[in-house]
Design a protein around this ligand. Structure first.
Ligand SMILES: [Zn+2]
Length: 489
Protein backbone atom coordinates (compact mmCIF):
# COMPACT_ATOMS: atom_id res chain seq x y z
CA UNK A 1 0.00 0.00 0.00
CA UNK A 2 1.24 3.46 -0.80
CA UNK A 3 2.15 5.87 1.91
CA UNK A 4 -0.48 8.60 1.75
CA UNK A 5 0.78 12.10 1.12
CA UNK A 6 0.08 14.81 3.61
CA UNK A 7 -2.96 16.79 2.70
CA UNK A 8 -2.19 20.23 1.34
CA UNK A 9 -2.20 22.77 4.10
CA UNK A 10 -3.53 26.07 2.94
CA UNK A 11 -2.06 29.30 4.05
CA UNK A 12 -3.67 30.93 7.02
CA UNK A 13 -2.76 34.36 5.73
CA UNK A 14 -2.83 34.38 1.96
CA UNK A 15 -1.45 37.55 0.41
CA UNK A 16 0.39 38.73 -2.65
CA UNK A 17 -1.50 36.43 -4.96
CA UNK A 18 -0.83 33.32 -3.02
CA UNK A 19 2.79 34.01 -2.28
CA UNK A 20 2.51 31.90 0.85
CA UNK A 21 0.75 28.94 -0.70
CA UNK A 22 2.61 25.74 0.14
CA UNK A 23 3.98 24.43 -3.13
CA UNK A 24 4.04 20.74 -2.63
CA UNK A 25 3.84 17.91 -0.24
CA UNK A 26 6.58 15.34 -0.62
CA UNK A 27 6.37 11.93 0.85
CA UNK A 28 9.65 10.53 2.04
CA UNK A 29 11.06 7.05 1.80
CA UNK A 30 9.06 4.35 3.62
CA UNK A 31 9.72 4.48 7.33
CA UNK A 32 11.06 8.02 7.24
CA UNK A 33 9.04 10.91 8.55
CA UNK A 34 6.86 12.72 6.09
CA UNK A 35 7.73 16.30 5.49
CA UNK A 36 6.21 19.10 3.54
CA UNK A 37 7.99 21.94 1.77
CA UNK A 38 6.43 25.39 1.95
CA UNK A 39 7.54 28.67 0.50
CA UNK A 40 7.14 32.29 1.52
CA UNK A 41 7.94 34.74 -1.23
CA UNK A 42 8.76 38.41 -0.90
CA UNK A 43 7.44 41.01 -3.29
CA UNK A 44 9.23 42.78 -6.14
CA UNK A 45 10.94 45.26 -3.81
CA UNK A 46 13.04 42.39 -2.50
CA UNK A 47 13.28 40.57 -5.85
CA UNK A 48 10.66 37.89 -5.16
CA UNK A 49 12.99 36.14 -2.73
CA UNK A 50 11.95 32.73 -1.44
CA UNK A 51 12.15 31.56 2.14
CA UNK A 52 11.59 27.81 1.99
CA UNK A 53 10.47 26.03 5.11
CA UNK A 54 10.14 22.35 5.78
CA UNK A 55 7.51 20.96 8.08
CA UNK A 56 8.10 17.48 9.48
CA UNK A 57 6.16 15.67 12.15
CA UNK A 58 8.67 16.95 14.70
CA UNK A 59 9.12 20.55 13.74
CA UNK A 60 10.18 23.17 11.22
CA UNK A 61 13.37 24.15 9.40
CA UNK A 62 13.52 27.55 7.71
CA UNK A 63 15.92 28.27 4.87
CA UNK A 64 16.57 32.00 4.49
CA UNK A 65 14.81 34.82 6.23
CA UNK A 66 13.18 37.08 3.61
CA UNK A 67 13.79 40.80 3.80
CA UNK A 68 10.84 43.17 4.10
CA UNK A 69 9.36 43.62 7.56
CA UNK A 70 5.81 43.02 6.34
CA UNK A 71 6.79 39.81 4.52
CA UNK A 72 8.66 38.50 7.56
CA UNK A 73 5.64 39.20 9.81
CA UNK A 74 3.52 36.98 7.61
CA UNK A 75 6.19 34.30 7.48
CA UNK A 76 6.34 34.27 11.28
CA UNK A 77 2.53 33.96 11.45
CA UNK A 78 2.64 30.97 9.07
CA UNK A 79 5.36 29.25 11.10
CA UNK A 80 3.49 29.85 14.36
CA UNK A 81 0.23 28.58 12.88
CA UNK A 82 1.72 25.08 12.62
CA UNK A 83 2.14 24.93 16.40
CA UNK A 84 5.48 23.20 15.85
CA UNK A 85 8.93 24.26 17.06
CA UNK A 86 11.33 26.00 14.68
CA UNK A 87 14.49 23.89 14.83
CA UNK A 88 16.77 26.23 12.86
CA UNK A 89 17.00 29.14 10.47
CA UNK A 90 19.68 28.45 7.86
CA UNK A 91 21.14 31.31 5.79
CA UNK A 92 22.37 30.30 2.33
CA UNK A 93 24.31 33.39 1.30
CA UNK A 94 25.13 36.94 2.38
CA UNK A 95 22.51 38.91 0.45
CA UNK A 96 20.05 41.05 2.36
CA UNK A 97 17.00 39.87 0.40
CA UNK A 98 17.71 36.51 2.10
CA UNK A 99 18.90 37.58 5.58
CA UNK A 100 17.14 40.92 6.23
CA UNK A 101 14.40 39.28 8.31
CA UNK A 102 16.75 37.73 10.88
CA UNK A 103 16.17 40.26 13.63
CA UNK A 104 12.41 39.74 13.53
CA UNK A 105 12.81 35.98 13.40
CA UNK A 106 15.22 35.99 16.34
CA UNK A 107 12.78 38.13 18.32
CA UNK A 108 9.92 35.74 17.51
CA UNK A 109 11.91 32.53 18.06
CA UNK A 110 14.67 33.46 20.54
CA UNK A 111 15.72 29.85 21.20
CA UNK A 112 16.07 28.93 17.54
CA UNK A 113 19.67 28.91 16.29
CA UNK A 114 20.60 30.89 13.19
CA UNK A 115 22.84 28.53 11.25
CA UNK A 116 25.38 29.51 8.59
CA UNK A 117 28.89 28.71 7.49
CA UNK A 118 31.56 31.21 8.51
CA UNK A 119 32.14 32.77 5.05
CA UNK A 120 28.45 33.66 4.83
CA UNK A 121 28.24 34.90 8.42
CA UNK A 122 31.37 37.02 8.01
CA UNK A 123 30.15 38.75 4.86
CA UNK A 124 26.62 39.62 6.02
CA UNK A 125 27.26 42.77 8.03
CA UNK A 126 29.34 44.39 5.29
CA UNK A 127 26.71 43.71 2.65
CA UNK A 128 24.02 45.04 4.98
CA UNK A 129 25.93 48.24 5.82
CA UNK A 130 26.80 48.96 2.21
CA UNK A 131 23.24 48.58 0.96
CA UNK A 132 22.06 50.92 3.72
CA UNK A 133 24.32 53.74 2.49
CA UNK A 134 22.44 56.61 0.83
CA UNK A 135 21.47 55.40 -2.61
CA UNK A 136 21.72 51.73 -1.60
CA UNK A 137 18.77 49.49 -2.31
CA UNK A 138 18.04 48.76 1.36
CA UNK A 139 18.03 52.47 2.17
CA UNK A 140 15.29 52.90 -0.41
CA UNK A 141 13.05 50.45 1.48
CA UNK A 142 12.74 52.89 4.38
CA UNK A 143 10.84 51.65 7.41
CA UNK A 144 9.97 48.34 5.77
CA UNK A 145 13.56 47.18 6.28
CA UNK A 146 14.72 46.23 9.78
CA UNK A 147 18.10 47.85 10.32
CA UNK A 148 19.20 45.60 13.18
CA UNK A 149 20.98 42.48 12.04
CA UNK A 150 21.94 39.63 14.38
CA UNK A 151 24.98 37.56 13.48
CA UNK A 152 24.33 33.85 12.94
CA UNK A 153 24.92 32.20 16.32
CA UNK A 154 25.51 28.66 15.11
CA UNK A 155 28.46 28.55 12.73
CA UNK A 156 29.04 25.17 11.13
CA UNK A 157 31.87 24.03 8.84
CA UNK A 158 31.07 23.21 5.23
CA UNK A 159 30.10 19.56 4.88
CA UNK A 160 28.34 19.49 8.25
CA UNK A 161 25.33 17.22 8.58
CA UNK A 162 22.77 18.27 11.17
CA UNK A 163 19.77 16.45 12.55
CA UNK A 164 16.97 19.05 12.49
CA UNK A 165 13.28 18.34 13.10
CA UNK A 166 13.98 14.67 12.44
CA UNK A 167 15.57 15.42 9.05
CA UNK A 168 19.11 14.87 7.81
CA UNK A 169 20.36 18.28 6.69
CA UNK A 170 23.78 18.88 5.11
CA UNK A 171 25.33 22.30 4.40
CA UNK A 172 27.95 22.63 1.70
CA UNK A 173 29.80 25.75 0.57
CA UNK A 174 30.56 26.55 -3.05
CA UNK A 175 32.48 29.77 -2.45
CA UNK A 176 32.04 32.97 -4.46
CA UNK A 177 29.46 32.73 -7.25
CA UNK A 178 26.23 34.72 -7.25
CA UNK A 179 27.24 36.05 -3.82
CA UNK A 180 30.51 36.22 -1.89
CA UNK A 181 29.75 32.75 -0.56
CA UNK A 182 27.02 30.30 -1.56
CA UNK A 183 25.88 27.47 0.67
CA UNK A 184 23.50 24.78 -0.48
CA UNK A 185 21.35 22.83 1.96
CA UNK A 186 20.54 19.22 1.19
CA UNK A 187 17.68 17.39 2.91
CA UNK A 188 18.27 13.71 2.40
CA UNK A 189 14.77 12.45 3.14
CA UNK A 190 13.25 14.71 0.46
CA UNK A 191 15.91 14.55 -2.30
CA UNK A 192 15.69 18.31 -1.98
CA UNK A 193 18.52 20.77 -2.48
CA UNK A 194 17.98 24.32 -1.28
CA UNK A 195 20.44 26.16 -3.46
CA UNK A 196 19.98 29.76 -2.36
CA UNK A 197 21.09 31.91 -5.27
CA UNK A 198 23.71 29.51 -6.57
CA UNK A 199 20.96 28.57 -9.03
CA UNK A 200 18.15 30.75 -10.29
CA UNK A 201 15.13 29.07 -11.84
CA UNK A 202 13.87 30.98 -14.86
CA UNK A 203 15.48 34.26 -13.92
CA UNK A 204 18.55 36.25 -14.86
CA UNK A 205 21.73 35.17 -13.08
CA UNK A 206 23.19 38.09 -11.11
CA UNK A 207 26.90 38.66 -11.76
CA UNK A 208 27.22 42.10 -10.14
CA UNK A 209 29.79 40.75 -7.68
CA UNK A 210 32.15 39.84 -10.52
CA UNK A 211 32.21 36.10 -10.01
CA UNK A 212 30.73 34.83 -13.27
CA UNK A 213 33.69 32.52 -13.93
CA UNK A 214 33.62 31.04 -10.43
CA UNK A 215 29.84 30.67 -10.71
CA UNK A 216 30.31 28.45 -13.76
CA UNK A 217 32.85 26.34 -11.88
CA UNK A 218 30.54 26.08 -8.85
CA UNK A 219 27.49 25.15 -10.94
CA UNK A 220 29.43 22.41 -12.71
CA UNK A 221 30.65 21.09 -9.37
CA UNK A 222 27.08 21.05 -8.09
CA UNK A 223 26.10 18.54 -10.77
CA UNK A 224 29.09 16.38 -9.87
CA UNK A 225 28.14 16.45 -6.18
CA UNK A 226 24.41 15.77 -6.73
CA UNK A 227 24.12 13.50 -9.77
CA UNK A 228 20.84 11.86 -8.80
CA UNK A 229 17.25 13.00 -9.20
CA UNK A 230 17.38 16.05 -6.96
CA UNK A 231 14.97 18.97 -6.99
CA UNK A 232 16.56 22.40 -6.66
CA UNK A 233 14.68 24.92 -4.56
CA UNK A 234 16.26 28.19 -5.64
CA UNK A 235 16.32 31.45 -3.76
CA UNK A 236 14.02 32.94 -6.39
CA UNK A 237 11.15 31.39 -8.37
CA UNK A 238 9.88 27.84 -8.67
CA UNK A 239 11.48 24.47 -7.86
CA UNK A 240 13.10 22.72 -10.81
CA UNK A 241 15.14 19.56 -11.43
CA UNK A 242 18.71 20.42 -10.48
CA UNK A 243 20.17 19.36 -13.83
CA UNK A 244 17.71 21.54 -15.73
CA UNK A 245 18.35 24.69 -13.77
CA UNK A 246 22.13 24.23 -13.69
CA UNK A 247 22.35 23.74 -17.45
CA UNK A 248 20.15 26.78 -18.04
CA UNK A 249 22.26 28.91 -15.72
CA UNK A 250 25.49 27.72 -17.34
CA UNK A 251 24.07 28.60 -20.76
CA UNK A 252 23.24 32.13 -19.56
CA UNK A 253 26.68 32.69 -18.09
CA UNK A 254 28.41 31.21 -21.12
CA UNK A 255 26.49 33.44 -23.51
CA UNK A 256 27.12 36.56 -21.49
CA UNK A 257 30.83 35.89 -21.01
CA UNK A 258 31.28 35.13 -24.71
CA UNK A 259 29.51 38.32 -25.69
CA UNK A 260 31.74 40.31 -23.31
CA UNK A 261 34.86 38.46 -24.49
CA UNK A 262 34.03 39.34 -28.09
CA UNK A 263 34.03 43.02 -27.15
CA UNK A 264 37.26 42.81 -25.15
CA UNK A 265 38.97 40.99 -28.00
CA UNK A 266 38.38 43.95 -30.31
CA UNK A 267 40.79 46.81 -29.63
CA UNK A 268 38.25 49.30 -31.01
CA UNK A 269 35.89 48.35 -28.16
CA UNK A 270 38.38 48.84 -25.35
CA UNK A 271 38.80 52.28 -23.79
CA UNK A 272 42.24 53.54 -22.67
CA UNK A 273 41.19 52.76 -19.08
CA UNK A 274 40.96 49.07 -19.99
CA UNK A 275 37.19 49.07 -19.68
CA UNK A 276 34.82 48.97 -22.65
CA UNK A 277 33.93 52.07 -24.62
CA UNK A 278 30.40 53.44 -24.11
CA UNK A 279 29.42 52.15 -27.56
CA UNK A 280 30.70 48.68 -26.75
CA UNK A 281 28.86 48.74 -23.40
CA UNK A 282 25.62 49.67 -25.15
CA UNK A 283 26.10 46.87 -27.67
CA UNK A 284 26.87 44.32 -24.95
CA UNK A 285 23.87 45.46 -22.91
CA UNK A 286 21.54 45.22 -25.88
CA UNK A 287 22.82 41.81 -26.95
CA UNK A 288 22.46 40.45 -23.44
CA UNK A 289 19.04 42.08 -22.89
CA UNK A 290 17.80 40.26 -25.99
CA UNK A 291 19.00 36.99 -24.51
CA UNK A 292 17.13 37.74 -21.27
CA UNK A 293 13.83 38.63 -22.82
CA UNK A 294 12.12 35.38 -21.80
CA UNK A 295 13.63 35.34 -18.32
CA UNK A 296 12.43 36.99 -15.13
CA UNK A 297 14.42 40.15 -14.45
CA UNK A 298 13.08 40.89 -10.95
CA UNK A 299 10.96 43.80 -12.09
CA UNK A 300 14.00 45.61 -13.53
CA UNK A 301 13.27 44.70 -17.13
CA UNK A 302 15.80 43.05 -19.48
CA UNK A 303 17.63 46.31 -20.21
CA UNK A 304 17.91 47.40 -16.58
CA UNK A 305 19.09 43.97 -15.50
CA UNK A 306 21.51 43.78 -18.44
CA UNK A 307 23.02 47.16 -17.56
CA UNK A 308 23.59 46.08 -13.98
CA UNK A 309 25.13 42.76 -14.96
CA UNK A 310 27.21 44.30 -17.76
CA UNK A 311 28.97 46.53 -15.23
CA UNK A 312 29.80 43.45 -13.17
CA UNK A 313 31.04 41.27 -15.98
CA UNK A 314 33.11 44.04 -17.56
CA UNK A 315 34.78 44.81 -14.23
CA UNK A 316 35.47 41.10 -13.73
CA UNK A 317 36.85 40.43 -17.20
CA UNK A 318 38.83 43.65 -17.27
CA UNK A 319 40.65 42.69 -14.09
CA UNK A 320 41.52 39.28 -15.49
CA UNK A 321 45.09 38.86 -16.70
CA UNK A 322 45.47 40.57 -20.09
CA UNK A 323 45.77 38.19 -23.01
CA UNK A 324 48.17 39.03 -25.80
CA UNK A 325 46.17 38.87 -29.01
CA UNK A 326 48.12 38.36 -32.25
CA UNK A 327 47.52 40.99 -34.98
CA UNK A 328 45.74 38.48 -37.21
CA UNK A 329 43.10 38.01 -34.50
CA UNK A 330 42.57 41.75 -34.34
CA UNK A 331 41.92 41.78 -38.07
CA UNK A 332 39.50 38.86 -37.81
CA UNK A 333 37.58 40.52 -35.02
CA UNK A 334 37.51 43.82 -36.83
CA UNK A 335 36.10 41.94 -39.80
CA UNK A 336 33.39 40.38 -37.69
CA UNK A 337 32.46 43.67 -36.02
CA UNK A 338 29.90 44.64 -38.71
CA UNK A 339 28.11 41.30 -38.09
CA UNK A 340 27.51 41.94 -34.40
CA UNK A 341 23.95 42.92 -35.20
CA UNK A 342 23.26 39.19 -35.46
CA UNK A 343 24.27 38.32 -31.90
CA UNK A 344 21.49 37.36 -29.53
CA UNK A 345 18.25 35.48 -29.57
CA UNK A 346 15.61 35.95 -32.18
CA UNK A 347 12.14 34.84 -33.05
CA UNK A 348 11.13 35.04 -36.63
CA UNK A 349 9.23 33.73 -39.56
CA UNK A 350 10.50 32.22 -42.78
CA UNK A 351 8.38 33.21 -45.76
CA UNK A 352 8.39 31.90 -49.28
CA UNK A 353 9.67 34.82 -51.31
CA UNK A 354 7.56 34.09 -54.35
CA UNK A 355 4.18 32.50 -53.76
CA UNK A 356 3.61 32.01 -57.50
CA UNK A 357 6.32 29.39 -57.73
CA UNK A 358 5.26 25.83 -58.10
CA UNK A 359 7.25 24.66 -55.10
CA UNK A 360 5.70 26.90 -52.52
CA UNK A 361 7.27 26.53 -49.11
CA UNK A 362 5.02 27.03 -46.13
CA UNK A 363 5.77 29.84 -43.71
CA UNK A 364 7.84 28.50 -40.82
CA UNK A 365 8.35 29.86 -37.37
CA UNK A 366 12.09 29.91 -36.80
CA UNK A 367 13.93 30.51 -33.56
CA UNK A 368 17.56 31.49 -33.85
CA UNK A 369 20.46 32.28 -31.63
CA UNK A 370 23.81 33.75 -32.66
CA UNK A 371 26.75 33.63 -30.28
CA UNK A 372 30.47 34.35 -30.54
CA UNK A 373 32.60 31.19 -30.39
CA UNK A 374 36.32 30.55 -29.96
CA UNK A 375 36.80 33.72 -27.97
CA UNK A 376 35.14 35.87 -30.61
CA UNK A 377 37.11 34.48 -33.58
CA UNK A 378 33.86 33.39 -35.27
CA UNK A 379 30.12 33.53 -34.76
CA UNK A 380 27.81 30.58 -34.62
CA UNK A 381 24.11 30.70 -35.40
CA UNK A 382 21.66 27.96 -34.53
CA UNK A 383 18.29 28.10 -36.23
CA UNK A 384 15.40 25.84 -35.38
CA UNK A 385 12.11 25.33 -37.15
CA UNK A 386 9.67 22.46 -36.60
CA UNK A 387 11.42 19.43 -38.08
CA UNK A 388 14.40 21.36 -39.36
CA UNK A 389 17.55 22.63 -37.71
CA UNK A 390 20.72 24.09 -39.02
CA UNK A 391 23.94 25.56 -37.74
CA UNK A 392 25.71 28.50 -39.36
CA UNK A 393 29.35 29.39 -38.79
CA UNK A 394 30.23 32.94 -39.81
CA UNK A 395 33.90 33.76 -40.23
CA UNK A 396 36.13 36.43 -41.70
CA UNK A 397 39.13 35.39 -43.76
CA UNK A 398 41.56 38.23 -43.08
CA UNK A 399 44.07 37.06 -45.70
CA UNK A 400 41.57 36.96 -48.55
CA UNK A 401 39.44 39.72 -47.02
CA UNK A 402 36.23 37.87 -47.56
CA UNK A 403 33.51 36.41 -45.38
CA UNK A 404 32.83 32.71 -45.31
CA UNK A 405 29.70 31.06 -43.95
CA UNK A 406 29.33 27.35 -43.33
CA UNK A 407 25.79 25.97 -43.13
CA UNK A 408 25.00 22.47 -41.95
CA UNK A 409 21.46 21.18 -41.57
CA UNK A 410 20.03 18.04 -40.03
CA UNK A 411 18.06 17.04 -43.14
CA UNK A 412 20.67 16.86 -45.91
CA UNK A 413 23.77 16.73 -43.70
CA UNK A 414 25.47 18.74 -46.43
CA UNK A 415 28.07 21.27 -45.32
CA UNK A 416 27.29 24.20 -47.58
CA UNK A 417 30.02 26.81 -47.92
CA UNK A 418 29.25 30.41 -48.87
CA UNK A 419 31.64 33.26 -49.58
CA UNK A 420 31.13 36.94 -50.06
CA UNK A 421 31.49 40.47 -48.80
CA UNK A 422 29.70 43.27 -47.01
CA UNK A 423 27.38 45.25 -49.22
CA UNK A 424 25.57 48.51 -48.89
CA UNK A 425 23.82 49.20 -45.60
CA UNK A 426 26.00 46.70 -43.76
CA UNK A 427 24.38 43.66 -45.33
CA UNK A 428 26.45 40.51 -45.70
CA UNK A 429 25.98 38.77 -49.05
CA UNK A 430 27.51 35.33 -49.56
CA UNK A 431 26.94 32.61 -52.16
CA UNK A 432 28.16 29.07 -52.72
CA UNK A 433 29.21 29.44 -56.36
CA UNK A 434 32.96 29.45 -55.75
CA UNK A 435 32.83 26.52 -53.32
CA UNK A 436 30.51 24.62 -55.66
CA UNK A 437 28.38 23.25 -52.84
CA UNK A 438 25.18 23.36 -54.88
CA UNK A 439 22.42 20.86 -54.41
CA UNK A 440 20.83 18.89 -57.23
CA UNK A 441 17.12 19.38 -57.80
CA UNK A 442 14.76 16.58 -58.94
CA UNK A 443 15.26 17.68 -62.59
CA UNK A 444 19.00 17.24 -62.27
CA UNK A 445 19.64 20.98 -62.17
CA UNK A 446 22.40 22.41 -60.04
CA UNK A 447 20.93 24.88 -57.56
CA UNK A 448 23.29 27.43 -56.07
CA UNK A 449 22.19 29.62 -53.18
CA UNK A 450 22.91 33.13 -52.02
CA UNK A 451 22.33 34.40 -48.48
CA UNK A 452 21.93 38.05 -47.57
CA UNK A 453 21.93 39.04 -43.91
CA UNK A 454 20.56 42.56 -43.55
CA UNK A 455 20.33 44.61 -40.35
CA UNK A 456 17.16 46.64 -40.30
CA UNK A 457 16.07 49.41 -38.00
CA UNK A 458 14.33 48.65 -34.76
CA UNK A 459 16.03 45.47 -33.59
CA UNK A 460 15.31 43.36 -36.65
CA UNK A 461 17.33 41.46 -39.13
CA UNK A 462 16.40 39.81 -42.38
CA UNK A 463 17.90 36.84 -44.14
CA UNK A 464 17.09 36.59 -47.85
CA UNK A 465 17.81 33.38 -49.71
CA UNK A 466 18.17 33.52 -53.49
CA UNK A 467 18.71 30.61 -55.85
CA UNK A 468 20.46 30.31 -59.19
CA UNK A 469 20.13 27.58 -61.81
CA UNK A 470 22.82 29.02 -64.08
CA UNK A 471 25.89 28.97 -61.88
CA UNK A 472 25.29 32.36 -60.30
CA UNK A 473 24.64 34.49 -63.41
CA UNK A 474 21.01 35.16 -62.45
CA UNK A 475 19.35 34.86 -59.07
CA UNK A 476 15.69 34.46 -58.09
CA UNK A 477 14.28 34.91 -54.56
CA UNK A 478 13.58 31.65 -52.73
CA UNK A 479 12.75 32.44 -49.12
CA UNK A 480 13.23 35.18 -46.62
CA UNK A 481 13.54 35.02 -42.87
CA UNK A 482 12.54 37.99 -40.77
CA UNK A 483 13.57 38.00 -37.14
CA UNK A 484 12.82 40.28 -34.24
CA UNK A 485 14.82 40.76 -31.11
CA UNK A 486 12.12 41.64 -28.68
CA UNK A 487 13.41 43.28 -25.55
CA UNK A 488 10.04 43.27 -23.83
CA UNK A 489 8.01 40.06 -24.01
ZN1 LIG B 1 18.62 36.59 -3.95
Amino acid sequence: MRIPRLAHAFSTAPFLLGAFTPLRAQSAAPGAPLAQIHVATGDARSYFTNAWWIESAEGLVLIDALCLRSDVDRLIASLRATGKPLAAVIITHPHADHFGGLHQLKAAFPRTPIVATRPTADAMQGVHDQALQPGGWLAALGADYERRLPRPDSLVPTGSTLRLAGLTVTLRDYGPAEAENNTVVHVRELDALFTGDLTVAGGAYYVGEQHSRLAMVALSQLLVDYPGPVTAYSGHFAPMPLGTVVHENLEQLRFFRLAAAAEFADSASVAPSGSLTPAAMRRLTRTYAGFLRDRNTYGMGPVGLAQMNASGIVAEMRSAAPVRVPPIHQQVRAGLRPLRFLLGRWMGTQFPADTSRSTVLPSLELASEFVPVLGGAAYEGRMTAPGYRFVLTLSYDAAQQRYRVGALDDVSGLLDVFEGALGSGGALMVDNVRAGTYYVNPDGGRVHSRLTFTPTAGELFRLDVHESLDGGRTWTPATRYEATRRLVP
